[in-house]
Design a protein around this ligand. Sequence first.
Ligand SMILES: Nc1ncnc2c1ncn2[C@@H]1O[C@H](COP(=O)(O)OP(=O)(O)O)[C@@H](O)[C@H]1O
Ligand SMILES: [Mg+2]
Length: 235
Amino acid sequence: MTALLDIAGLTAGYGKKTVVRDVALTLRTGEIVVVLGHNGAGKTTLVRAIFGLIRASSGRVSFDGRDITGRGPSANIADGLALVPQGHGIFRTLNVRRNLELGGFSVTSRDVIAERMERVFALFPVLRERQAQIGGTLSGGQQQMLAIGMALMPAPRLLILDEPSIGLAPLLVERVMESIREINENYGTTILLVEQNPRLALKIAARAVVMNRGAKIYDGAPEVLADERKLLELF
Ligand SMILES: Nc1ncnc2c1ncn2[C@@H]1O[C@H](COP(=O)(O)OP(=O)(O)O)[C@@H](O)[C@H]1O
Ligand SMILES: [Mg+2]
């Protein structure tokens, strides 16, 4: 299978501070890869650098065989990348429908917007019921569903989710993980899932990566990490 995302020697940080060091990572088309690691390990910084929210100080990011290093988020979205940022980032004062429309800002056809919104409603029926509700008044789980829905509006080929289960009750975490699996199965979307809580994420992932202090320290079968002792060794 071909690589959809291919990262080599990626180093990034903030100002003079280097946070992500020399990370290599390949995602094949259709794969779900989970990135695990302690708080502060550099997971968010890694996905920001991939998505073009911050500039890498060195290294290369390729998407679908083309070098996209240094390209900004809007060009990346137009080309099929999507990010659900940590802490979601919905428009809290706008209603569900408007949030989804804004998620599809790069889509020019109204028919396509309507069709994509249907897809989101099929995945998260509660959003259909609440389409007129103001985003900020939704429950935490519903806001996360809306954030994922917004990211799906341009029908991305690569969906990056940064800790979508944070702060959610266990049942909702399961629901969100199940939706991620459905997105992957129904639309063939390749998924890069950042998680701090490994248990459920490892169940849906084809491969797992562990980061520690900005470096990748494991890249392989998720089953190995499902072994509690191995996980403890790495963390
Ligand atoms: N905007 C920022 N400016 C400076 N340092 C930051 C910024 N965001 C994160 N950091 C630092 O980068 C390190 C990694 O953070 P982050 O990438 O958020 O890790 P993770 O997502 O794995 O919890 C931490 O030491 C954090 O303090
Ligand atoms: Mg983070």
